[in-house]
Design a protein around this ligand. Sequence first.
Ligand SMILES: Cc1cn([C@@H]2O[C@H](COP(=O)(O)OP(=O)(O)OP(=O)(O)O)[C@@H](O)[C@H]2O)c(=O)[nH]c1=O
Length: 631
Amino acid sequence: MALNPVLGKLVSKRVVLASASPRRQEILTNVGLRFEVVPSWFKETLEKSSFAAPYEYAVETAKQKALEVANRMHVKHLRTPDIVIGADTIVSVDEQILEKPVDKQDAYRMLSRLSGKEHSVFTGVAIIHCSSKGNQLETEITDFYEETKVKFSDLSEELLWEYIHSGEPMDKAGGYGIQALGGMLVEYVHGDFLNVVGFPLNHFCKKLAELYYPPPKHTVQHIKHDSIPSVDTFENLSDGESESSNFTEHKGAKKLNSSSMCPSRPVYNCENSSSVRTDSMVPLGNQNGASESAAKLPSKIVDLMDGFKASKALFVASKLKVFDYLKTKGPLKAVDVANEVGTSVCGTERLLDACVALGLLEKTSQGYSNTDSANTYLTSDGEYSLHGYIIHSNDHLWPLFTNLESAVREGSRQNHRAFGRKAEDLFKDYYHSQEVKQRFMAAMHSIAHLTARDVATAFDLSQFKSTCDLGGCTGALAHELIQIYPNMKVTVFDLPEVIANISYFQPSEQCAAPVTFLSGDFFKDNLPEADLYILSRILHDWPDERIHVLLSKISAVCKPGCGILLAEMVLDDEKKSRSTALLQSLNMLVQTEGKERSGSEYRGLLEQHGFANVKIKLTGNLLDVVLCIKT
Ligand SMILES: Cc1cn([C@@H]2O[C@H](COP(=O)(O)OP(=O)(O)OP(=O)(O)O)[C@@H](O)[C@H]2O)c(=O)[nH]c1=O
């Protein structure tokens, strides 16, 4: 149970799941929770229009389901459970709430509404702690919800009815089961998959962690000054309670030495509380039994405040080649690492410990060693090394980001402030010295290599016999294309300064066919002929005016049926949910006149130059893919 000590906290309790959903039972059984199932009799008939947001409806229904069971068990059997868990899953599309279909026609109505669109699945959860005071039921309610976005493909009538006749839709919110046949309808899922299936297990464990491991009072006060959260996710928790705890220790739970992991014993004050209170139970902080509200740790915000410290720890460890040394010589003690890299022992020890806590290194009695992912991504020769991009982030992006405030105020790039030099041309800036050029190419290569497979396989490109990767740099994507399409003729077209430096980055194994490298400037020179033009991380460097120049050049040489493939981080149309891409757009602000764009923005740009049938594929990797065809 070291995997999740919070669930161990429930071992000695009488837990009731107030749900008939076999999926919820399975999700909780699978993680070893022991509970009784008492389906709720609460009818899901709350007035939907009285809720400001769909999730409020789901949370309230979950609460009512659980309360009905808690009350019934208390009154009927006088066997009050310790904890009752209720849940309610709904689908929300176009401001409408969809529950379980009442018949096939209703299922048809729901599924055709979801066809080809993104919708949200909300599960509201209520955790009710019950106690009996003089035959009175006292309850403390904790509730929360989780949202997952799901996009359906376009569903043909035939498919829709075949699915409905399978019988699967009938007992499921929105009329589908993502875990079974319904999975075939789904184009993508953003968020917790189990939340769609009916129970947000991860969020549930985090809520339990908040309840059973509340931050000790001194930690809360400390935060105002300068602190790193001792406990932020349930994954990091171990059972570190004092021996005097009145919670039964869970067998196999790990004891930690660190005092920061030993929160004060939670005692829940039922005397002064109203019979129903929403949100987390508040632990008592003093001895005399008086209720006292403790501030909750805003762990997301604390993580953000700490984000720069964590990034810099990773950058410094990479720059010092700690991961390289540990790969070949580890496990090593801090003193040995310090000797290898020529740093202080006390500073190195703190850096290594921070890397352990961040999950980059492991620490045993023999010393520090790399995690598997450090070997793969952080060593300079790892299979998918991000070392080049990390060094670029430290040496180039970090100084630029320290000027983010000016960039936001002025709406323009900050190269002059960061490097004391006005950037006339983005790439002249990178290529002014051999060292900076090499570093930039290594950075671009590492991302291109990591994303190449997903970009090359996002769509079937077998119809294109020749491809030209404009600005294709070291050829990482070009090599991948030849692996997948051995008959494809692939050319990389990039500036002469780049082409002169590619040899270091070429794969050792021979490709099926060689990649052709051609020098030129795609804004000024004639473009090589090809059936497919690739622009990977090119358009985001430029403002719309320059993009139009480039697209009209490509359009002029593109025959009907030929295409353009973009590889970029594609923003969601509302520009609110894809934080990696939105942060990357700030990255473009501090150093270019470009920006990241949404799917509709790319579609708009491409359509103006005679490209149609624009398809967008979110790969789940660092680059998404847009494919379009010249009409
Ligand atoms: C979207 C989706 C939903 N479901 C099921 O839909 C029911 C929702 O209805 P509910 O009202 O929340 O629960 P219930 O089944 O009526 O049970 P109860 O808790 O007793 O009300 C739950 O079953 C879920 O698993 C799936 O199995 N897969 C999916 O992809």
